[in-house]
Design a protein. Structure first.
Lengths: 530, 500
């Protein structure tokens, strides 16, 4: 499937860049043209995501074989001939998706599109804003479709700069602090990923079928095959301390993005200061990159270390769930509360992943998608009220249910989805995650279910404080949600309700990839080398 | 025989000869013409282009040693000559736009003449294979730099810079000379091949050899501003005219590195140990040069980065940043392998564009506002979007974030370290990059996150300035996206005369 010689994944990834160039060329006075061209290019991306969804072959496994991937594009990017003392350097432009990434691609497209509409009210230099937003979109999409580690890393890093500016220029009062904290934390994580990537590069080599020459490679799939590791290289063998160290390096890099306790402190700051649309992207897509990275890189490349650290990983998931929920309960700032609830919900993903069985991983991947849609809704809801009242204090409000009925209706769906009410999508993914985790570690899972109770508690308490009770006089004139805001919320609400009632369209996409991943980790991690 | 050899040698000395002729021409025209204009200055770029032509001619000549092992003309030196030439040409272009330079009644041709003399010194440095030649070329480049650093003599800090530079320079070159004499006493040779031979054949006192080596390293360390020989750098970089600071930070450093690498590799490599076919080598017994250099590089990058965090003067900040970059590059020598050397070569090309780019923006802002303070950059991104974006790209590249060229430079350095299993050093290196982000972002923050003071005028930039900025931005991005040819050329250029 290609157009003008480029495959659909290239188009999905680089369309926003084309949009960015267009936005930069438009005159700065023509604000609506800038907004609409950003909307147009993200809409095209959504259409491409739809085409991908329709044509996606549910039976193909993915994970560690190129044959299992779909919409594959592979071309040589950099090829440096070997010299006497240094081997050939080969970097591919290698893209493809499987059951792990397809939902993330769809999520990225939807969230970016919605973020553009959520940004309609931006006033300050909107040209720069939309250009950076589109650049961010490219970075996110690129991460989910890259299968070459080098390419993956480039996209991973491309996101940092637009995010820094989007928080730093258009954010709240403490935006400078939040933006630099985000930048430093994530850069710290990515340099560790870089070192692990280089160690993997020098440990793995493949044979060029054309010339018979053996060379190192950045190909992620080659790194997943234990037979490709050169004997005597730094990461060869199984269960060596170097492998554990490399795993930890990668883990910290990805954990900062998730964020997993204790690397989470940047998140509340970033969320509170970021403008609404950026919070939506941050929670909706960016956090997923961490867990996606763990599933795409750490698990299949270091199956032995994954099994070795299975219990610690589950404990970290438990801490995220309970700690996030407890801290959320103590918040009086609406946005900060959602930020901490995000940490709690990402803990469910980590717990489900750590289970290393089909149910757990299915739950985890599905939860990544559901958290993306639900938390995006929650941040949009906060944005709606903040735009009107210019405060986010939970105790400043009350009785909004009567004042803003339509708004409250959408809010109820999002809140109940977040606390895991059956019939909404969050319930299914959480149930799967806990079900899977329970098979692997009973005590931790039982303890983690405490998080569900806590979540219900703070969500309902928030609902009560903001929407029930008596309406303070100063909010008597608050207008209800407008059409544009509804337009951003309703599609997400539909997805949340639909997948809550009938989750198969999403789960079918990932089943075979998840099964393969479980097999790869359990077999390769437990195997004894000759 | 002798005459034939000299004639052959002269042929390989055309680039240096051209530089010398250009130098003389500049001085002569300055004497004859009474006009104080940029017109005479045009001789400088012309001479540099002719030099470039002769350097290109040398590519095909293979590895040669000329004037009985005084100078080597090999792909290693040619590579560095290109780096020096390109930065010299760029700096000459900068200088023509530099307001501070033409202020007051000063003959500008003299400035260009000295710049050419400095370039000549650097050319000789990268090729020297003889301790005396090394010392002389070092002095030639140093003396030109002393004068250039103090060139705008009505500025107090410029004179101060020059004086500090001379004092530090004199002490360190004195120490280097002392080291050279000890080494000569030990081995009875002044050319580095002879020294290597002597070390191989005879047992010398390891402690004395160590002392001689350390003393010589002081000389190199001063040239590349490695900690703890860096104290002159911030003051000189801050006080000297911006163009000279830019040139010193790139070309002078490159020549220092070239000389240092050649000296270590040729003189101290033990051909009996190591695996030259695989591009790695070992030094003489008990001679842990790599460990000493590792400590030196850790100190250099850490102190450079940590002190840079506190700087508010952009020239000073970039001075500390350039110290930190010397630290990153030193890591390439630590691994004692061709891979590390190739990484340094790659780094220098990358560093050339991004560092000169950053200095150019500083110069434009200084021309306009008369200030190098970080507060002058408030809202620059809105007053002059092109400058803001270009500066952002240069700073990201200096941090080493893809897809900029700086990432490729760092990638190769770290790859060499990982491949040679120097993990702790690699970790120190990447953590240093994170620290460096903080102070580079301080500039970004002023440019974009803060609004300009209401009093400042909008910022007009000329077409020629836009062209120069683009000339530096485009390679910075392009080399980050497609670095194949650069890496290939760098890998082919690690060959030195006399080492196979």
């Amino acid at each position: 499937m290609s157009f003008l010689g480029f495959g659909i994944l290239s188009w999905a990834t680089f369309l926003p860049i084309i949009g960015m160039v267009l936005v930069l060329l438009l005159p700065k006075e023509n604000k609506s043209a800038i907004r609409w061209s950003a909307a147009f290019f993200t809409a095209l991306q959504v259409i491409l995501a739809g085409i991908i969804y329709i044509n996606f072959n549910r039976g193909m496994s993915g994970i560690n074989t190129q044959e299992g991937f779909q919409f594959v594009e592979k071309a040589t990017w950099i090829d440096i001939k070997s010299v006497a003392w240094f081997g050939r350097i080969h970097i591919d432009y290698f893209m493809g998706i499987d059951g792990l990434s397809v939902l993330m691609v769809i999520l990225t497209a939807i969230i970016s599109f919605i973020a553009v509409f959520a940004s309609w009210g931006i006033v300050k230099s909107i040209k720069g804003y939309f250009a950076l937003l589109l650049l961010l979109d490219t970075g996110m999409m690129g991460v989910f479709v890259s299968l070459d580690f080098f390419l993956f890393y480039v996209f991973w890093e491309i996101m940092l700069l637009p995010m820094y500016f989007l928080i730093g220029v258009w954010g709240g009062p403490r935006r400078e602090y939040a933006a630099i904290k985000f930048f430093l934390y994530t850069l710290f994580g990515s340099v560790l990923i870089l070192l692990a990537m280089l160690a993997l590069y020098f440990s793995v080599s493949v044979i060029d079928p054309a010339t018979g020459e053996k060379f190192h490679t950045f190909n992620m799939l080659a790194m997943m095959n234990p037979n490709n590791f050169d004997p005597g290289s730094i990461l060869s063998g199984l269960n060596t301390s170097w492998r554990y160290l490399a795993f930890i390096g990668l883990f910290i890099g990805f954990a900062i993005k998730v964020p997993i306790f204790p690397f989470h402190t940047w998140l509340p700051d970033a969320h509170v200061e970021a403008p609404t649309a950026i919070s939506v992207i941050l929670a909706g897509v960016l956090l997923k990159m961490g867990t996606y990275g763990l599933l795409r890189v750490s698990f299949p490349m270091f199956p032995d270390a994954t099994l070795y650290y299975q219990i610690p990983l589950a404990i970290l998931g438990f801490i995220n769930i309970v700690y996030g929920a407890l801290v959320a309960m103590a918040q009086t700032d609406f946005k900060k509360l959602i930020a901490y609830s995000s940490i709690s919900h990402m803990g469910v993903v980590v717990l489900g992943m750590a289970a290393l069985n089909t149910q757990g991983l299915t739950g985890a991947v599905f939860q990544m998608f559901n958290h993306g849609t639900i938390t995006a809704m929650l941040f949009l809801i906060v944005g709606v009220i903040y735009d009107r009242a210019h405060t986010r204090g939970l105790n400043d409000f009350g009785g909004l249910m009567n004042q803003m009925p339509k708004y409250s209706g959408v809010m109820v769906i999002a809140f109940f989805a977040a606390l895991g009410l059956p019939g909404l999508s969050g319930f299914i993914s959480e149930a799967f995650s806990f079900l899977g985790a329970f098979q692997s570690f009973k005590a931790i899972t039982i303890a983690s279910t405490l998080g569900i109770v806590l979540t219900a508690a703070y969500m309902l308490w928030t609902l009560q404080r903001v929407f029930l009770g008596t309406l303070p006089d100063k909010w008597k004139s608050l207008p209800d949600i407008n059409g544009r805001e509804l337009f951003t919320l309703v599609p997400l609400a539909i997805i949340v309700i639909f997948l809550g009632i009938y989750p198969s369209p999403a789960i079918d996409l990932m089943t075979s990839a998840v099964n393969t991943l479980v097999n790869v980790v359990n077999q390769n991690g437990g195997m004894t080398l000759p | 025989m002798m005459l034939e050899q000299i004639l052959n040698s002269v042929k390989l000395l055309y680039p240096e000869t051209t530089l010398a002729v250009t130098f003389c021409l500049l001085i002569l025209t300055d004497l004859i013409s009474r006009k104080r204009s940029n017109g005479t200055a045009l001789i400088a770029p012309l001479g540099l282009f002719i030099t470039a032509y002769f350097v290109v001619q040398q590519i095909s000549t293979g590895a040669n040693s000329i004037f009985s092992n005084m100078l080597a003309v090999d792909s290693f030196s040619i590579y560095f000559k290109f780096v020096i030439l390109v930065s010299a040409i760029i700096v000459v272009i900068f200088s023509m736009q530099f307001a501070e330079l033409t202020r007051g009644k000063r003959s500008v041709a003299e400035y260009y003449a000295l710049l050419i003399a400095l370039t000549l010194g650097l050319f000789l440095m990268v090729g020297s294979t003889n301790l005396l030649m090394m010392y002389l070329s070092l002095e030639l480049s140093s003396i030109s730099s002393y004068i250039l650093a103090g060139y705008t003599k009505e500025a107090d800090d410029s004179s101060e810079a020059s004086l500090k530079y001379i004092i530090y320079g004199a002490v360190s070159s004195g120490m280097m000379l002392y080291g050279i004499s000890i080494l000569y006493g030990l081995t009875g040779a002044v050319d580095i091949y002879g020294i290597n031979n002597a070390l191989m054949l005879t047992e010398v006192n390891a402690v004395t050899l160590m002392i001689a080596g350390i003393l010589i390293v002081v000389g190199f360390g001063y040239k590349i501003s490695a900690v703890p020989f860096h104290f002159w750098t911030p003051d000189v970089y801050e006080g000297a005219p911006i163009t000279i600071t830019a040139f010193l930070s790139v070309a002078s450093k490159a020549a220092g590195f070239a000389m240092m690498i050649r000296f270590f590799k040729v003189a101290f490599m033990n051909p009996a140990v190591g695996n030259l076919a695989f591009g790695s080598w070992a030094t003489f017994r008990g001679f842990d040069w790599n460990l000493i250099l590792a400590v030196l590089s850790v100190l250099t990058m850490t102190i450079g980065n940590l002190v840079a965090v506190w700087q508010n003067n952009l020239k000073r900040l970039l001075a500390y940043s350039s110290i930190a970059h010397a630290g990153y590059m030193l890591m390439g020598i630590v691994v004692l392998s061709n891979e590390g050397i190739a990484a340094i070569l790659i780094y220098f090309v990358v560093y050339l564009f991004m560092n000169l780019g950053a200095f150019y923006i500083v110069m434009i802002v200084a021309n306009k506002t008369g200030s190098e303070d970080i507060n002058a950059y408030k809202g620059l991104g809105y007053r002059a979007p092109l400058l803001g974006v270009a500066m952002t790209i240069f700073l990201l590249s200096l941090t080493g974030i893809p897809p900029t060229a700086g990432f490729v430079g760092k990638l190769y350095i770290f790859a060499a370290l990982i491949n040679a299993k120097w993990f702790w050093l690699a970790i120190v290196g990447v953590l240093n990059s994170v620290v460096s982000l903080y102070y580079y972002v301080r500039i970004l923050r002023n440019m974009f996150l803060r609004d300009p003071d209401s009093s400042v005028q909008p910022f007009q930039i000329s077409v020629s300035q836009i062209i120069i900025v683009l000339m530096l931005v485009v390679p910075t991005i392009l080399l980050g996206l497609y670095f194949g040819p650069l890496v290939e050329y760098a890998q082919a250029s690690v060959t030195m005369f006399g080492i196979h």
